[in-house]
Ligand binder design. Sequence first.
Ligand SMILES: [Cu+2]
Length: 358
Amino acid sequence: MSWQSRAHLVRGRTLNRWGIGIVLAMLLLFPHGELRADETLRSLLDINFERLVNTEVMPIDVLGSHIHLKGEWMLGYRYRVMSMEGNRDGARRQADAEVLQSFTVAPTAMTKEMHLVEIMYGFTDDLTIMALLPYKRLSMEHLTGTGVRFTTESRGFGDLALMAHYSIWRRPPHRLIILGSVRLPTGSITKRDDTPTAVNAKQPYPMQLGTGTMDLQPGLTYIGQTKDWAWGGHAMATVGAGRNSEDYRVGNRYRMAAWGGYRITDWISPSLGATMQFWERYSGADSELNPALVPTADPSRRGGRRLDVKVGLNLFATKGAMRGHRLSAEFGFPIYQHLSGPQLETDWILTAGWTWRF
Ligand SMILES: [Cu+2]
């Protein structure tokens, strides 16, 4: 045998050994490799699933935007202030003088403040229950035809809401949740205050703290979440039942929201969202209110629609002593509003809150 052929043989044997080795390795390792890839994928999905129910990158001002895992509690406090100034009829602004051509009194501005306490509990991985109680402080400024300015105020608890979220479908990173809430008429609808012409006068519709009826709130939420991104959509209706003790019913309200958030670091995530709302005029009427006096006392001037843009910021800790705590703030302003007016227009809404998961 020549040196060359021997070298060829050795190389061939070596190649054969390598070949057998590779095939064996493939036979032995490939199923493992597949399994390992599968496990890696599964654990990634689990991470996503875990994060999916986390409340870190969620919009603060959307009800039913998240759920909790079995046995997890959440306590939350939210402060929300809404500023309204100037009137609108349809999409058009209306000057106070114009409102005073048809009414004795014109509302000029309103501030709605709300302190909201919420408690949530994950009954199972799919079912989360929740209770929310608002405390409201409303103040309204007026101008009369004779040039007198006055402010009225009402404060107290609003309507208590009991809510259930049920996850009907999930395929990470997607999740679909149905929600249902019953709102009990714990808020007063008989608030009174002094005006220049009447002592202890019944306050008009927007100054009352509750609806006075049992309300149902069905809704649907879609949540998507990857390692750093969170997005979602939400639709919810608020429907009153029957008439309240003052013989009227607050108009139905329909709300649609969409949002997206991005985790910049382990502890900060900004968010961007939009909310479209439609609300109907009231039916019936409180016989103590005179709709010719001020537009806020007219049940047919209560409907409208509005599109808000919202910019938010979430701060949270994923480890350490502050783990589970989240601070959030969101600023919203309308880019479109159409009111059956004259009605006060919304200028901006600020929400700030703290939540604690444990
Ligand atoms: Cu929660």
